[in-house]
Each structure stands twice: as structure tokens, then as C-alpha cells.
Design a protein around this ligand. Structure first.
Ligand code: ARG
Length: 577
């Protein structure tokens, strides 16, 4: 069966009618979910808009639209024009119920097939070598992973890129320092961890500022590294390896997968970027540096803000690398869509890079879509900014582990199969869900207490709904897969109808998330699903009633959609709790 989201189906039906009556207007029907669920399921609001174009009152227009409605698939049970010109739409619950059974038989749970499979480059996480991964990188990892999961579920070809900061003049100091004081780690014979690296980084910086000789040697190291000197490169690789190990520990804990393609990867392509801009004659020299000036970007003083792409000393910078990144992703990865997840502080940087790419012709906006996905700060419960202090790698791991420990405390009294596994699922799920469920653009308050509540919009509440489904299935003990093949769903009780309607809207919530890249679209959906399920469960007995089979199918579909939804959010489920 081919699924189409209900709102799109309604849009078609109503647009066709509008077209028949007002063919010259060429307007698409505007369909929204009803605010008053008792009254109807959806609304068409187009008559009001049309009334501003044609000479008739909205209510009349609404009635005319209704008179021309064709509904070959029996989607509708009632349509009413109401003052001042809305159309209330009530869906046919038998059709809906039959669709729900088809959704149960569908691997994609009723989410429409793609019209076109895209190459999606999704870049996220991107911590910096020899520095701690901080809460901002944690947010980027969690949000980016969800977006990549969604794109994969929708059926796109997704490349998950970790754009780690592994290049820059600062590595000269560190390489020099390690060569002088800690040559033992170069041969991998001596283990070192990120803590130590950060310590050495600090010391090398201090010596750099004090000793002219150290400074000179460090600068030479940068040149050597850039020219591919074997020995310097070896030290740099060790530095990266040590950092990488610390990052991987966190990715493993979070079960997040990425391909590393750091800044250094783009080195060979940087000079070409300058040539491209030069040949298009869009470079200006400003204070010796090569710059691109773009419309609409001013500094605080109201002066034009330059995008520097080559420094006066001939060196390249963060901007050059990102321009090379765009070019590579378009030309080599054949990206149709590029998504980059970072803190909101980098928004201007990415807007400027994107504009520069349009200007030089790397990106054709009619073919490639670019989204910078910004997110706000992480705050402590007392409203302070989470500080970037040293030793934060430990703290990030600690932060997650702390959630797991708190999860364990909560679960200790409950019936779980394997306490450690369950605590991990709940603790990590809580951290992820708390982040994803608030609008990412806003600052987000990190509170264990809030994220681990069993009531409200939390991972625990959603997980608990899934557990309830599993437990009712165990209790009744029939083979649900057989029921799906042989039984029907009947939507009679208002709580059943509300649940059924919401189950049919899974695809719609994913379509919104796909468009706006807001994971809270999906968490909101799941939260409402869990709420509707609990109301249904309160109002409608399942076990031992004559409606048992139909209701069990509703439970099963709820469970499957919760599981799939949580998986897209990067959260695992458990059967007991
Ligand atoms: N490493 C950077 C940071 O920690 C984030 C990289 C973002 N991505 C990019 N293409 N510039 O802030």
C-alpha cells in the first residue's frame, strides 16, 4: 500500500474542488489539524483567503467548495461549512481503522516513500584535537545523530561527517613540546591520555609565550607539518590518536557513529579555493589578507564584514577549510543536501560561507539545499553557563555516567531484566531526550531531576508507555503477528479514535522534522502519543473484552511507533520496567 500523509491527501481533495470552482485562482488548499478535537479532525481555511480575491462571502465560498468535493477513497465522513468560512472535516473512522492495519503490515509504519532519494551530508559533533569535548559538542552529537537517523529512515543516502578540529598553528607548539619533553609517547610505547595532552598543551603555550627559541621551533614545526615532514607528522598523528580515543569512548557510550573527516582532510584543496575566488574576481585585499565581501554582513560599527580566506602571511584559516568542505561535498560527495550542526555562535560564519559559495558558484541553490542547524547554550539548573574548564572530557563522561547511576536508582525497585542495561537505556535516553525535546535554538537547562521524571515530556514517560504495551501483550499471550493478518481494528470509543488518529500522523511529524530539522517535532509527537495511549488504556479495557483483538492491535501499533520514534532519537527501548 502506498501511504500519503492525511493532510496531503486532504490538500489534494480540497485543492481539486477549489480548482474546479475558481480555476483561475491557482491556490493550494490550506489544511490544518483541528484545534477542537471534539468538533472535527481537520480544517480547511481557504475560503477566507479566496474571499479576499473573488467577490463573494467566505461562508458561501466554503459551501461551494464542499459542493464540489470528490472523495473516491472514502476518506471523509462529514464536512461542514461554519461561520465565518471555515470547513470542518471529520474523517471516516472505518477507512482510518483499515489504514492502521495496513500500517501495521508496513515496515515504514505508514511513512510515505521518498519521491527522490538524496545524498545527504550531515556534519555534526566535530570536537577539537588536544582539547576536551564539551557540552556543546555533546549537543551537536545528539542533535546531529537524530537528524542523520531520520534521513536514513526516510531512505536517503546519508554521510555522517565528524569535522574534527585537527589542524592549525597551535599544533606546532604541542609537537615541539612533545618532541623535547615526552618523546617516549611518539613511538606509542608510552601511553598518554587526553588529560595529559591538555596539560602539555597548556605548558607548551606558556613556554611559547616566554621563550623565543621555543617559539621559533614551534613555528618551524607548523611549516614542517604542512610540508609533510615525516617526524612531525608522526607526532601529530599520535596527538590525534590519543584525542580520538577519548572521543570514541563517548561515542560508544552514546552509540553514535560518524566518519571522521577533519579539517586536515581539506588541506590539499585549500589553494584551489583561493584560485576559484581569484578567477571569478571576487577577492579583495584588505590589510594584506584576501577577503570576500558579501551583501548584508556588517560589523558592530556598521562597516562591511570581510570573510577572510587567506591571511596576510599566506596561511589559510577556518573559513578557507569550510569553503573547501562545501566544494568537496558538492563535487565529490554529490550532496543534494548539506546539514551542519553547531552552536548558534557560528551562525554568521556559516551564513557567510554559504553566501560565498553561492557567489563563487560552488552551490546551485536550485539543486542543493543547505541548512545550518544551530543550537543554544547548555545551562546549569541555577541558570549558569556550563563552563569550559579543563578536565572536561572526564566531566562529559561523568555527566553521562551520572545519569546512568541516577537511572539505576530509579529502576532498582522495579521489575527489569538486567538492571545495568536498563539503567544505561534510561540514563542515556534521559540525557538525549531532554536535549531533543526542547526547541534546539533556545538555551537548554541540564537537570537530572527533570530529565529522569516519570511524568511529563521525558524519556522515562515514553519508555514506560512502550513497557505497558509489552506487558499487556505478555499478559494476553496471543501472537500479535497472526492477529495483524487476520483481525480488523474498530475505532469506536473517543479515546480509541483519538489514539488511532494520532497513530496515523507519525509520517506527518517526520515530514515536519525533515523540513525544519527540529527534533522536538518528533518528541512532541511521541509525548502526545504516550498521553493518548494512557487515556485509551484508562478508558478502554483490552484484556478479556470483546474488543480485545482490535485494541491489542492498537497497542501493538503504539508500541511499534514509539520504538521507531525513539530509535530515530537515538534511544533504545526495554521490555520491562
Ligand atoms: N570544531 C569546531 C568547534 O569545536 C566545530 C566545527 C564545525 N564545523 C565546521 N564545518 N566548521 O567549534
Amino acid at each position: 500500500m502506498k501511504f500519503v500523509n492525511i493532510s496531503n491527501q486532504l490538500e489534494c481533495i480540497f485543492s481539486r474542488s477549489i480548482d474546479k470552482i475558481f480555476g483561475n485562482i491557482k491556490t493550494k488548499a490550506e489544511i490544518t489539524q483541528s484545534k477542537n478535537k471534539q468538533l472535527c479532525d481537520y480544517q480547511c481555511n481557504s475560503a477566507l483567503k479566496i474571499a479576499s480575491i473573488v467577490d463573494d462571502n467566505p461562508l458561501n465560498i466554503a459551501k461551494k467548495i464542499i459542493s464540489q468535493i470528490e472523495d473516491p477513497n472514502n476518506l471523509l465522513s462529514q464536512i461542514d461549512a461554519i461561520s465565518p468560512g471555515f470547513i470542518n472535516i471529520t474523517l471516516n473512522k472505518e477507512t482510518l481503522a483499515a489504514e492502521l492495519v495496513s500500517i501495521l503490515k508496513d515496515d515504514r509504519l505508514g511513512v510515505p516513500q521518498l519521491i527522490k532519494k538524496l545524498n545527504v551530508v550531515c556534519e555534526f559533533s566535530s570536537p577539537n584535537i588536544a582539547k576536551a569535548m564539551h557540552v556543546g559538542h555533546l549537543r551537536s552529537s545528539i542533535i546531529g545523530d537524530t537528524i542523520a537517523n531520520l534521513m536514513e529512515f526516510l531512505g536517503h543516502n546519508v554521510i555522517r561527517l565528524n569535522h574534527i578540529g585537527d589542524w592549525g598553528t597551535q599544533f606546532g607548539m604541542l609537537i615541539n613540546y612533545i618532541k623535547i619533553y615526552h618523546s617516549e609517547v611518539i613511538e606509542s610505547s608510552q601511553e598518554a591520555d587526553l588529560e595529559q595532552l591538555m596539560e602539555w598543551y597548556k605548558k607548551s603555550k606558556a613556554e611559547f609565550d616566554q621563550s623565543p627559541l621555543f617559539k621559533k621551533r614551534s613555528q618551524e614545526e607548523v611549516v614542517k607539518l604542512q610540508n609533510g615532514d615525516k617526524e612531525s607528522k608522526k607526532v601529530w598523528e599520535r596527538i590525534c590518536e590519543i584525542s580520538r580515543r577519548a572521543f570514541q569512548e563517548i561515542y560508544d557510550l552514546l552509540d553514535i557513529h560518524l566518519i571522521e573527516r577533519g579539517e586536515s582532510f581539506y588541506n590539499p584543496y585549500l589553494s584551489q579555493v583561493i584560485d576559484d575566488f581569484e578567477s571569478k574576481k571576487i577577492l579583495k585585499i584588505d590589510g594584506g589578507a584576501k577577503c570576500v565581501f558579501l551583501d548584508g554582513f556588517k560589523n558592530k560599527e556598521g562597516e562591511d564584514l570581510p570573510l577572510i580566506i587567506q591571511k596576510s602571511d599566506g596561511g589559510y584559516n577556518y573559513n578557507t577549510t569550510d569553503l573547501a568542505g562545501f566544494k568537496y561535498r558538492i563535487e565529490q560527495d554529490k550532496a543534494d543536501r548539506i546539514i551542519i550542526v553547531t552552536d548558534i555562535g557560528q551562525a554568521t560564519h556559516f551564513q557567510m560561507c554559504y553566501q560565498a559559495c553561492l557567489k563563487v558558484g560552488y552551490i546551485d541553490p536550485s539543486k542543493v539545499r543547505f541548512d545550518h542547524v544551530p543550537f543554544g547554550l547548555v545551562l546549569t539548573p541555577d541558570g549558569k553557563k556550563f563552563k569550559t574548564r579543563e578536565g572536561e572530557t572526564e566531566r562529559l563522561i561523568d555527566l553521562i555516567n551520572e545519569a546512568i547511576i541516577s537511572g539505576k536508582e530509579l529502576l532498582r525497585e522495579r521489575d527489569v531484566k538486567n538492571l545495568d542495561d536498563a539503567a544505561r537505556i534510561l540514563g542515556i535516553g534521559a540525557v538525549k531526550y531532554a536535549d531533543l525535546s526542547c526547541n534546539r535554538v533556545k538555551d537548554y537547562t541540564f537537570s537530572y531531576e527533570r530529565m529522569l521524571k516519570f511524568e511529563g515530556n521525558t524519556a522515562a514517560y515514553i519508555l514506560y508507555s512502550f513497557v505497558r504495551v509489552e506487558s499487556i501483550k505478555r499478559k494476553i499471550g496471543v501472537d500479535v503477528n497472526l492477529l495483524i493478518e487476520s483481525e480488523k481494528i474498530a475505532l469506536i470509543h473517543p479515546s480509541e479514535i483519538a489514539l488511532g488518529l494520532h497513530l496515523r500522523r507519525f509520517g506527518e511529524s517526520l515530514a515536519f522534522m525533515d523540513e525544519e530539522l527540529l527534533p522536538n517535532r518528533l518528541t512532541d509527537y511521541l509525548f502526545h502519543l504516550a498521553e493518548k495511549f494512557h487515556v485509551f488504556f484508562r478508558d478502554c479495557h483490552v484484556d478479556g473484552t470483546k474488543e480485545q483483538n482490535s485494541r491489542l492491535l492498537l497497542c501493538e501499533l503504539t508500541g511499534r511507533i514509539i520504538k521507531k520514534g525513539l530509535n530515530i532519537l537515538g534511544i533504545k527501548t526495554m521490555d520491562k520496567m
